[in-house]
Ligand binder design. Structure first.
Ligand code: SF4
Length: 466
């Protein structure tokens, strides 16, 4: 489990000072949101779909123990090896052991936020295993020694010029900023890796309890090559990624692509049902699934907040969030960002470690409006703010002010006296004193009208003044 200090405030300040970053993030999110609106508006039964998938995910999360057991039993019958990992360290050790046992030198990875969550690449590379991201966006951020800045579009913070310069520097290819040419450069490099890798690693979009299979949804066919060419495949999945059966998949797929990219459907849906049938000579000979907890059971234990486990990682809430649009994904300094990230950070870590996260929201409600599986994000953000404030000792002064204010508000005479005092002393207090820390540090304290609200109210309603 990650215990590093997130230093969110510092990263937010850095992001806000970077005009190029803000422009790149704003343009990309605005254009994806426009596509999402176009596509979802063309689907007449969109709201029914959202309600239906909310119910499906609710059933899964409420009955997770049952689905996990069924999935394990069916996977084993299919020849898939199941491993359980309590946290990221255990999951990483399992993957490293599989790689070492099979003398693996090269691993190809298809996009997986769960592997980012446990910082898998660092460990594999430390152990001298060449580990290559094959999703184009992930490949770009890996070359740039960065982590993804968006759930769906990992390199969204970089411009075409940035990527052109990066390829020239790291891959020693002539500079170009033409997307098609950049794509061909990456494709050539990656094909060599696909052909030599002994092992592949992917995440899981949906796993089906009823028959012990899983699927990986993608647009580039890199996952398809990863899943079929190397001899060993390892899938790392959070324990919440289930559907009861294949019957529920069409509803989820119908929502996923429009919400994620504005496409009507994703280009490829890869199904994995076990090791290859040697007769046909295709696919991995060994398939492993690692079921990762890493804090999910803790979330499950909270009857209100467990709804955050319904997330299908479409990224729609990021694209409409006015805070994400200004700071991008790296400012959150964690794998999940935007509205869903700020609900997960204090839950996966602790309220205190992730205490600044729930405050990265304007509470405008846009995230809740677009979430395809109807997670009540604004409600959960508020709930987490409450938990943080209850636990955070550094907020003692704030708590004292609010408590005093609550007390004064219920005592009319005291309230009037307080109003009168503030009005009358403001002119004799030096302005410097009014620059209280925090919000007013860089702003001047607004003066209070001499007449006050009550006096103005009475005057306005006095028949003599009408
Ligand atoms: S919370 Fe909802 S909108 Fe946000 S990524 Fe998850 S499914 Fe998508």
């Amino acid at each position: 489990m990650q215990t590093q200090k997130l230093e969110i405030k510092k990263h937010v300040a850095e992001a806000l000072a970077d005009d190029n970053l803000r422009k790149a993030v704003y343009n990309a999110t605005a254009s994806t949101s426009a596509s999402r609106i176009n596509t979802t508006e063309s689907i007449q039964y969109w709201e029914e779909l959202r309600n239906k998938t909310h119910k499906i995910k609710k059933d899964v999360i409420e009955n997770l123990d049952k689905y996990l057991e069924l999935f394990e039993k069916n996977c084993e019958a299919n020849g898939i090896k199941i491993h359980w990992a309590v946290d990221g360290d255990e999951a990483k050790q399992i993957i490293l052991d599989i790689a070492k046992k099979n003398n693996v030198k090269t691993i190809v990875k298809s996009k997986s936020l769960t592997t980012e969550e446990i910082h898998l690449n660092e460990l594999l590379i430390e152990n001298k295993i060449d580990t290559v991201e094959t999703d184009l966006g992930e490949y770009i951020v890996q070359l740039n020694n960065q982590v993804p800045s968006h759930l769906i579009a990992p390199a969204l913070h970089l411009s075409r010029n940035d990527i052109g310069k990066l390829f020239t520097e790291k891959l020693k290819t002539p500079f170009t900023n033409v997307p098609e040419e950049l794509l061909l450069v990456a494709r050539k490099k990656l094909r060599e890796k696909f052909l030599t890798a002994e092992m592949s690693i992917s995440g899981v979009n949906f796993a089906f309890a009823e028959n012990g299979t899983f699927c990986v949804v993608e647009n580039e066919a890199n996952a398809h090559l990863s899943l079929t060419l190397p001899k060993i495949h390892v899938a790392l999945m959070g324990i919440e990624k289930f559907l009861p059966s294949l019957n529920e998949l069409p509803y989820l797929l119908k929502l996923l692509a429009p919400s994620a990219t504005g496409q009507k459907s994703s280009t490829y849906v890869n199904f994995i049902g076990g090791p290859s049938n040697k007769k046909y000579g295709e696919g991995p000979e060994e398939v492993h699934i690692i079921l990762l907890d890493n804090g999910r059971s803790k979330i499950l234990a909270d009857p209100k907040l467990r709804e955050t486990l319904y997330c299908i990682r479409c990224g729609a809430c990021l694209n409409v969030c006015p805070v994400y649009q200004q700071i991008g994904g790296h400012a959150y300094n964690w794998v999940y960002m935007g509205p869903i990230g700020i609900t997960l950070i204090p839950q996966y870590l602790s309220e205190l470690e992730g205490k600044d996260a729930p405050f990265l929201s304007s509470l405008c409600g846009a995230c809740g409006d677009v979430c395809p599986v109807k997670i009540k994000l604004p409600e959960h953000i508020l709930e987490l703010r409450k938990k943080v404030v209850e636990k955070d000792k550094s907020k003692l002064l704030e708590k004292l002010i609010i408590k005093t204010w609550a007390y004064v508000s219920t005592k009319p005479k005291l309230y009037r006296f307080f109003g009168w005092s503030v009005k009358n002393v403001q002119n004799i207090i030096p302005n410097e004193f009014m620059k209280i820390p925090g919000y007013y540090k860089k702003r001047s304290f607004p003066g209070i009208d001499k007449k006050g609200f009550r006096q103005q109210f009475y005057e306005l309603n006095d028949p003599k003044n009408k």
